[in-house]
Design a binder for this molecule. Structure first.
Ligand code: ZN
Ligand code: ZN
Length: 376
């Protein structure tokens, strides 16, 4: 991390943030055990906690973040309504403020104007950046201020957040025959504290721990542990490199419940135009990063470039064949199955070529890892 002055030109304190974020964890740590001691444990309240925690986190990751901040897909107005009103109960500020800060975080990442720059310290990036007015804050983006629901949430935020965050879980608990105050405390207060820190980890830990898979030009990291703790947002190096992609974990096995939620919405027609970065670009970025790492520790630059080139060529060939095959399938005048069979065979061969080239790269990389481990 490069050193930049902590809190340059720090603005006046924001007391309601300081008090809320300092007092709520203490209150949760005292009142939840006291409630269980006096009224007994209720699995119903814990089930409510699990549902509220998952749903509320999802409104932040898929709503505040991937939809309103990055516009990585188009959401049905009902989904937007859900994100705006349920999301308010997470007590992470309004959509307008959250997204304005987040877009600046991407534009100015790690710099003085990054609202939660990791270079100002772990705790600053985690939460204390919210304790003072930011002197670098700019105007709100027009696409957000022109959304009437966003402005309604912004103007009546405290009332909406208090109702959604505390009173609604209390009322639902009461309606289910559980304790109203148990609802306010467990799926309410405790869930708010944990949801806040799950999100805060993305700005702090996801800029410190993990791998720089695609680039080392910014501090964001990829980490499976962070992905588990943040509903899939832990593949943060990928996200900062390809911020318009609706996914953070691109492979099917990457833990990214937010991506699955958005995909699920698209299957029932509530989300459309899901944006994905081209897979060639993703691979290109990863190979370039791996090449840089290997060459900087003594790997043969010519051999590395040669192996990389083989992969890129094989991938380009496969892509061109895929496009021709899709065009041939659409071309109704092309009746000959023989031509299409031949094209499928060419594609299989090109895929094999790509896999072989990629396998050679991985073998070269394994050898490099062994030799650097032996040298250290
Ligand atoms: Zn982002
Ligand atoms: Zn970030």
């Amino acid at each position: 991390m490069s050193e930049i002055p902590a809190n340059p030109g720090r603005g006046r304190p924001i007391w309601h943030n300081i008090i809320f974020m300092s007092v709520t964890p203490v209150l949760a740590a005292i009142l939840v055990p006291l409630h269980i001691y006096y009224y007994g444990n209720s699995w119903g309240l814990w089930a409510m906690f699990a549902v509220f925690f998952a749903v509320n986190n999802m409104t932040i990751t898929s709503g505040y973040h991937r939809y309103f901040s990055h516009l990585s897909y188009e959401a049905h107005p009902l989904v937007q309504f859900f994100y705006i009103f349920i999301g308010a109960g997470a007590f992470q500020g309004t959509v307008l403020q959250w997204c304005t800060d987040h877009r600046r975080h991407h534009r100015k990442v790690d710099g003085v104007e990054d609202p939660y720059s990791i270079n100002k310290g772990f705790w600053y990036a985690h939460m204390t950046w919210m304790f003072h007015v930011d002197p670098h804050a700019g105007p709100y983006p027009k696409d957000l201020t022109s959304n009437r629901l966003i402005m309604f949430q912004h103007n009546y935020y405290v009332w909406i957040a208090a109702f959604m965050g505390f009173i609604m879980p209390g009322l639902i608990a009461w309606a289910l025959g559980l304790s109203f105050w148990g609802g306010v405390l467990i799926p309410g207060l405790l869930r708010i504290v944990l949801t806040q820190h799950s999100t805060f980890l993305i700005n702090s830990a996801a800029h410190c721990f993990g791998k720089q898979t695609y680039t080392d030009k910014h501090s964001a990291r990829d980490s499976l542990i962070m992905a588990f703790l943040t509903f899939g947002e832990g593949y943060h190096n990928f996200h900062h490199s390809f911020q318009l992609d609706y996914r953070n974990g691109t492979r099917w096995f990457h833990w990214d419940p937010t991506k699955w939620w958005i995909k699920g919405l698209s299957l029932v027609g509530l989300a459309t135009k899901l944006k994905e970065a081209p897979r060639e670009e993703i691979l290109k970025a990863r190979l370039a990063m791996e090449e840089r790492q290997m060459i900087s520790t003594g790997a043969c630059a010519t051999r590395t470039a040669q192996l990389k080139q083989q992969i890129v060529e094989a991938q380009n060939k496969l892509k061109a064949l895929r496009i021709s095959y899709l065009n041939a399938k659409r071309d109704l005048s092309l009746k000959s199955d023989e031509v299409k069979r031949k094209m499928r065979l060419d594609m299989r061969l090109a895929k094999l070529e790509f896999k072989t080239a990629y396998g050679q790269w991985r073998a070269f990389r394994r050898q490099w890892k062994r030799s650097t481990a032996a040298a250290s």
